[in-house]
Design a protein around this ligand. Sequence first.
Ligand SMILES: NC(=O)c1ccc[n+]([C@@H]2O[C@H](COP(=O)([O-])OP(=O)(O)OC[C@H]3O[C@@H](n4cnc5c(N)ncnc54)[C@H](O)[C@@H]3O)[C@@H](O)[C@H]2O)c1
Length: 311
Amino acid sequence: MGNLLAGKVAIVTGAGRGLGRAHALALAAEGARVVVNDLGGAVTGEGGDLSPAQTVVEEIRAAGGEAAANGGDVTSTADGRALAEQALDTFGRLDILVNNAGNIRNQLFVKMSEEEWDSVIAVHLRALYTVAKPAAEVFVKQRSGRIVNTASEAGLGGYAAANYAAAKEGIVGFSRTLALELGPFGVTCNAIRPRAGTRMAGAVDMQKALDLARQGKLPLPDFMFEIEGMTEGSDSFAPELVSPLVVFLCTEAAGHVNGRDFIVGGGEISLVSLPEKARTVFTRERWAQQDLQELLPRTLVRGLRNPAAPQ
Ligand SMILES: NC(=O)c1ccc[n+]([C@@H]2O[C@H](COP(=O)([O-])OP(=O)(O)OC[C@H]3O[C@@H](n4cnc5c(N)ncnc54)[C@H](O)[C@@H]3O)[C@@H](O)[C@H]2O)c1
C-alpha cells in the first residue's frame, strides 16, 4: 500500500468492472477510501445488480483498504446526490470524483433509435450534471478537489457511434469549462481517453472493422489501427495500465494539471493538444462569395482529402 492519497475519499462511478474497478483498486492502494458505484447492468446500460460493486468493495477490503458499495444510477439526480452524501456520511469527506460509468449502443446513425441516442447521452453526459454537480459543490466549499472524466478517442470520429462520439467529445468540452470555473477554488478537472480490453471493447467488432478498412470498404480514423488486438481480456491493454494516470491526476503533484485531456492505455500516456488553427484567411471587408469560392481551394482547404471517399 502506498500513501499518496492517504486521508482522501474518492467516488468512482461504474467501478464494478473494467476500468472503473481498476481505478477504484488503484486509488485504494494509495490510501484513498473509495465509494464504489455501479448500477451493474448490461453493456448497453439495461438492468441493475449491486453485486459487481460489492465484489470490488470486498477486493479493496481484502487488500487492507476501505470502501463502500453504491448501486445508484448515474443518470438519476437523486442517485447522484445520494452518492456524494454517502461519501460524506460514511467517510466524513469527499476529495475525488472519477466519472467513469459508461454504456454503448452502436448503430448506424440513419438506423439509430431515439432510445439508443438518449440512453448513451444520458449515461455519459447527463451524469456530469447529476453526479459531478453535488461533488463540485463540496469541492468549491472546501477549496480542493479532483475530477477525472472519461472521454474517448471515438469522439475524434467513430463508426456507427454518433451518440457515443457526441457524448464523449461533450465530456472534453465540459472538462475544460469546469477547469476554468473550479480552478480558482483549488479544484482540477481533466479528461482521459482510455484504451482497455474491457467488456465494452469486446462489444465492438473491431477486427471486422479493421479488415474492412484495409480492403478500402470502411473509412476508419487512424487511431483504430493503434488499438488492434484490444479485445476483451487482452493483457497488453489491461485496464490496470490506465489507472496510474488517474491516480496521478488525483494527487498533489498534479495540482497544475487542469482542463487537460490524455490518451492512455497499452503502456502509453499522451497529452492531447488543444485544437489549433491550422490555416487562416482573413479580410477586413465582407467576403464576396465568388472571391471566397476561388480563394479557399487555393489556400485554406488546399490538399485536404475527404476521409470517407475511396482513396
Ligand atoms: N474500454 C475502452 O477501450 C474505452 C475506450 C474509451 C472510453 N471508455 C470509457 O471508459 C469507461 C469505462 O468503460 P469500460 O471499458 O470499463 O466498460 P465496462 O462496460 O466494463 O464498465 C462500465 C461500467 O459502467 C457501469 N454503468 C453503466 N451505466 C451505468 C449507470 N447508469 N450508472 C452506474 N453505473 C453504470 C456498468 O455497469 C459497468 O460496470 C466508459 O465511460 C467508457 O465509455 C472505454
